[in-house]
Structure formats: C-alpha cells, structure tokens
Design a binder for this molecule. Structure first.
Ligand code: V47
Ligand code: SF4
Length: 385
C-alpha cells in the first residue's frame, strides 16, 4: 500500500539518497542504473521489500499466478561446459547421459492426456546431433497430438547452436520452428550478460548480444519469451544491474518479455562448488530490487523448485507475483544442482494452498497470463496488464 511505502520517506533513519529513490518509485518514475546500484549496496530488506510490494500490488493487485505445466528435457549431453552446470554431460563422457527420441517425447506428452495441463517446457543440453529438423519433427508431433498445449521451448543458447549448424539466420530458424508448433521461448541461457563474467562461467556459448538478438527476433515474429538472470556466484551488484538494464532496454523496444526470473546459483556437484550460495535475505532483496528496477515488466517469477516452497511463499511479499507451475517432477536441472526440492511436484491444490497461506489470491494462468481460473472466493479477479 502506498501509505506503508510513504512511511519510508518520513523515516529519519533512512538516508536522503534512499528517500529520493523511494519518492521516484512512489511517483511511478523509472529508477536509474545508479539508483539500482544504490539499492543493492545500501538498502535493507525491509526498505526494498516495502517498495517492491507497492509496485507489485499496483501491477498485479493481490494475485499470485501459477500454471499447470511439465518439462521435457530431451538430453543432458552438451557441447558446452558451463562451470555452474550440474546437469550436463560432455559428449565424451560415458555415464549418466540421456537422449530422448521424438517418440519418447511424444509419449511423455501422452502421459498427460485428459489432464488440464496448459504448457510443456522443453529445455536441455546442446546436443551436437539433435538438430533443427529433429526438434521440428518433435514439435510437429506434439502439436498434432495436442494442439491446445502451449509449447515453450529452447533457450537462446540451444537455438543459436542449431540455427548456426543448419546455416539458417535467426529469423529463418525461428520461423521454421514456429511453423512446426513452437509458441514461445523460455528465459534460460541468459546467465549474466557482462562479457567478462559470461566468458569465465559459460565459455564459448552464445554471447549476450546474440542472446538478446534471438529474443528480439522472437518478439518481432510475435512470439513472447521469458528472461532469467543467474545470480549469486562471482558477479557483482553492478553486473546484476547491467544485466537487468539490458533487458529493460529491449523490453522498451519490443514489450515481448512476459516475466523476469532470477535464478539463484546452486553449488552442488559443479565446477563452482567452492562458491558459497547466497542467503535467503539476499534472495529476497534481489527479487525486490528486480521488481523495482524492471518497471516495464508485468511479472516477476520465483521458480519454486529451485528456492523451495518456504522462500517462494516469502517472495510474494518482495515483488514476486508468479511462482511457476506444477512441474510434476519432470525437471532435473535444479535437483542435480542441489536445489531445495529434490523431486519437484506440487498438485494444483497444493500450489493454491501455498499461495493462500501467503495471503495472496491464487490465479491459474496460461503461458501468456490469460486467466484460466481464479481460486479465491472473492469476486474480483486482478487482470494482467
Ligand atoms: O540457463 C543451470 C540455470 C537455466 C544452475 O522461462 C542454474 O519459464 C542455478 O532458464 N544453479 C535453465 N541455476 C532453466 C531456466 C528456466 C527455469 C524455469 C522457468 C523458466 C521459464 C526458465 O538454469 C540455465 C541456467 O541459468 N542453471 N545450472 C545452477 N547450478
Ligand atoms: Fe550446457 Fe546449458 Fe549446462 Fe551450459 S548450462 S553446460 S549450455 S546444459
């Protein structure tokens, strides 16, 4: 509520610099890169939380969104060797690898026949032989079987590799996959855009400029997408703000991003296991600052399988208005990296309860934030902007 946020401006314990930022936020003015950095460096959780909650309630009222989805991870074989990744196996490794055929993927979709699932999220390693035609065939088979299912698939990293191999321009490749049934892009592979940090933790994979260009091209073809930021490893606060600023600039041009998803670095069983993980307080501060900084994003998503149900519940008071989906134990990316949820699966009822216990109104959405069902007893539904 504005009155709660206005209290910050009258609080003598708060510096004038922070009060000036609070005034901008309460007047719905955009904060600058320097303001964002000041928030990271100086603001306590209570301060950013109050402002973020103000922004969140202005944009989404009391609603917290979720969807019914499952994941297909076609392979964990990857030509890259990102230092933070616990999931991939290099092509030359002999154990623990998996590769799904088109039929395997179709059978996974068939498991959900008759269930009110609205989205399948397809993401995996960058396999040297799973090419654009293979994925085109998979998309077409899934669409033919279940035309109503929204297919959100492939990070810009996977797309960049498969288009380059097929000698297709980004636009040609995206159009090809769109024609086969691809509806939107997930937000993975963004990691951190700063070129030095990116090269250190994710050598050789598509650059920040290429990642942004693929999302821009998707938006221009009428496909929505998500975006992420992998934080809490070797990056600085300045790198986080720079990352979000590049996203904010693209969003000003295309308005094509649905949601921003901060991804907390997990250090289990990867080449960066020596890097300590961030605290929950830092995670909540990060959600809040993202909510304040990204004024042209309608939604901020906390990915519950990664941070766990407790932090997901807390995050709804720190700018988050979406906690992703039912997942149904179909993803390994985070459980292999040491996430809170080892076998992530929540029924719709459990998600609804989680949101209600946090004092929010559960709204089931589809991928594009159309309301599927309002689970509150209240009459009023907060419509997405
Ligand atoms: O790009 C990999 C991250 C991403 C680790 O768009 C790690 O709706 C933390 O992007 N610690 C893939 N993060 C997953 C992703 C995603 C997830 C949920 C929803 C959506 C969406 C997108 O996972 C990778 C990378 O940034 N990741 N390893 C790790 N150890
Ligand atoms: Fe491959 Fe993605 Fe893991 Fe990097 S993060 S090694 S691109 S699966």
């Amino acid at each position: 509520m504005k009155t709660t946020a206005e209290f910050l401006i009258n609080n003598t314990a708060i510096s004038n610099e922070l009060k000036a930022i609070a005034t901008k936020v309460l007047n719905n003015e955009r904060i600058t890169v320097a303001d964002g950095l000041t928030l990271y460096e100086q603001a306590e959780l209570g301060f950013v939380g109050t402002l973020a909650n103000y922004v969140r309630e202005q944009k989404n009222g009391n609603a917290t969104y979720f969807n019914r989805n499952f994941h297909i991870e076609p392979t964990n074989i990857c030509v890259y060797d990102c230092k933070f990744c616990s999931y991939s196996r290099l092509v030359k490794q002999k154990d623990g690898q998996w590769e799904l055929s088109v039929n395997d993927m179709l059978n996974m979709v068939k498991k959900y026949d008759g269930q009110a699932i609205t989205e399948v999220h397809i993401v995996g390693g960058v396999h040297p032989r799973m090419d654009v035609n293979f994925f085109g065939e998979a998309l077409a088979a899934i669409k033919a079987h279940r035309p109503d299912l929204h297919i959100k698939g492939f990070t810009a990293v996977e797309l960049y590799y498969m288009f380059r191999k097929a000698k297709m321009t980004v636009k040609e490749g995206l159009q090809f996959l769109k024609d086969k049934g691809l509806d939107s892009l997930p937000g993975g592979g963004a990691e951190i855009f700063d070129e030095n940090i990116r090269t250190t933790i994710a050598e050789d994979k598509c650059t920040s400029v290429e990642w942004l260009a693929i999302h821009q091209a998707a938006h221009e073809l009428g496909m929505a997408s998500n975006c992420t930021m992998l934080y809490g490893h070797i990056e600085t606060y300045a790198h986080r703000i720079d990352h979000m600023n590049r996203l904010r600039e693209l969003q000003d041009i295309t308005k094509g991003f649905n949601t921003f998803i901060p991804l907390k670095f997990r250090n289990h069983d990867n080449q960066m296991s020596h890097v300590p993980e961030t605290s929950v307080i830092e995670d909540l501060r990060n959600y809040a600052i993202a909510r304040i900084f990204l004024d042209n994003f309608n939604h901020i998503k906390a990915y519950w399988p990664m941070i766990g149900r407790q932090t997901a519940a807390l995050s709804m008071n720190y700018g988050v208005d979406d906690i992703d989906g039912t997942i149904d134990d179909s993803t390994k990316i985070y459980s292999m990296a040491g996430s809170e949820e080892q076998n992530p699966a929540l029924t719709t009822q459990q998600l609804v309860e989680l949101i209600k216990h946090a004092g929010r109104t559960p709204i089931e959405r589809d991928t594009l934030y159309n309301v599927v069902k309002n689970y509150s007893d209240e009459e009023e539904v907060s419509t997405p902007q």
